[in-house]
Design a binder for this molecule. Structure first.
Ligand code: GDP
Length: 341
């Protein structure tokens, strides 16, 4: 994951360094010696004397310094476009959202194009600072409120039910008691799937029949949790295409009725740009508090991880790293930054 980006960034960094150097201009300005210039028989102007001194001093600089000195300058907008093009293509091919590409471009442009400034960050620093703003990390603190109601939303097949079961396992390790609400009353076999997890994890599943009102299931589960003094209610919902208005309306109803304390949006990182578009729509239509990105164990590109929190402004809390209960990893921004540069 993110190997592509590291490689492309390295290339881009080298390219830009060739043009702009990596240090501040003052660092490599040739030092002008106070020594008097050689006396020439011909009368020379003060300006020419100064020029000769600079040339002489410059010759004394090592090759590396001379190269640096030549390229220590801001680059033109067209030079920048040329350098950024390949990098931009690589980002887009690897499913990094357009908005993120634009931000990176703007940040780099601000630093290197146009008027020369005295203090300049290195290119690596500019890129790291940008990614630091792009990625939002969420820390799931165990709440004291009882019951704490979490609702899971997302498109079919992204790993919603599996992630819910993984989170349940994670919370059980912290000695929390839970109940599942089988509010996916739409997809055949979804209730059985949740019951399998319930049996393995020894968690009660509140269910109605298929086609029943999904909001009523979550309502019953919350009452069950209150009655049994449980810590958490985890509500599974039917996966729906974000373009399906009726199903989205049903989801809104579950949210209205159960009034969850936290809504997790679950997305499959393998679907890249699709995951990003789903996140945008679900955020606008339903609204959510945090993101779980599944299948990160098999995601080679990393575009969804990079983009999904930036386009929604919502933090990533967990990454799904496999099919077992233990494969839910709290999201750590620093790990991604380390992978990038
Ligand atoms: P739902 O329809 O959104 O509830 O999706 P499911 O929970 O049924 O998951 C769909 C498939 O994705 C199942 O085969 C899961 O085992 C698999 N899956 C879920 N999360 C992960 C993950 O983090 N990594 C991998 N490799 N597979 C996952």
């Amino acid at each position: 994951m993110l190997g592509f980006l590291k490689k492309k960034l390295k290339n881009a960094v080298e390219e830009v360094k060739k043009k702009v150097g990596s240090e501040t201009p003052e660092e490599v300005k040739p030092k002008i010696s106070k020594k008097a210039p050689k006396i020439s028989k011909k009368p020379v102007s003060k300006k020419q004397v100064r020029k000769e001194v600079i040339e002489e001093e410059t010759q004394k600089l090592g090759f590396r310094e001379r190269v640096k000195q030549r390229f220590i300058k801001k680059i033109s907008a067209s030079e920048f476009e040329e350098i950024f093009f390949e990098f931009e293509m690589a980002l887009l091919e690897n499913n990094v959202a357009q908005e993120v590409v634009e931000k990176l471009k703007l940040d780099m442009k601000k630093e290197f194009v146009g008027e020369e400034t005295k203090k300049r960050r290195t290119l690596e620093k500019v890129i790291l600072d940008s990614f630091n703003e792009i990625l939002i990390e969420g820390k799931f603190k165990i709440p004291t409120k009882k019951p704490f109601v979490c609702m899971f939303i997302g498109v079919n097949g992204v790993g919603k039910t599996t992630s819910m079961a993984k989170l349940a396992y994670y919370l059980q390790k912290k000695k929390k008691k839970l109940v599942f609400a089988a509010s996916d009353t739409f997809r055949a076999a979804s209730i059985e799937q949740l019951e399998k997890h319930g049996n393995k994890l020894k968690i009660k599943v509140i269910k109605h029949s298929y086609g029943a009102d999904a909001a009523a299931v979550s309502f019953d589960a919350i009452n069950y949790a209150k009655k049994h003094n449980l810590n958490f209610v985890l509500i599974d919902t039917a996966g729906r295409m974000h373009s399906n208005k009726n199903l989205m309306d049903e989801l809104k109803k579950i949210k209205r009725v159960s009034n969850p304390d936290f809504v997790f949006f679950v997305a499959d990182s393998l679907t890249g740009n699709d995951a990003v578009n789903q996140a945008k729509t679900f955020n606008e239509e339903i609204g959510f508090d945090g993101i779980i990105l599944t299948k990160s164990d098999v995601d080679q590109k990393g575009g969804a991880i990079i983009s999904v929190s930036y386009v929604t402004g919502k933090p990533i809390y967990f990454l799904g790293m496999g099919q077992n209960y233990k494969d839910l990893k709290p999201f750590k921004k620093q790990e991604i930054l380390n992978k990038i540069i």
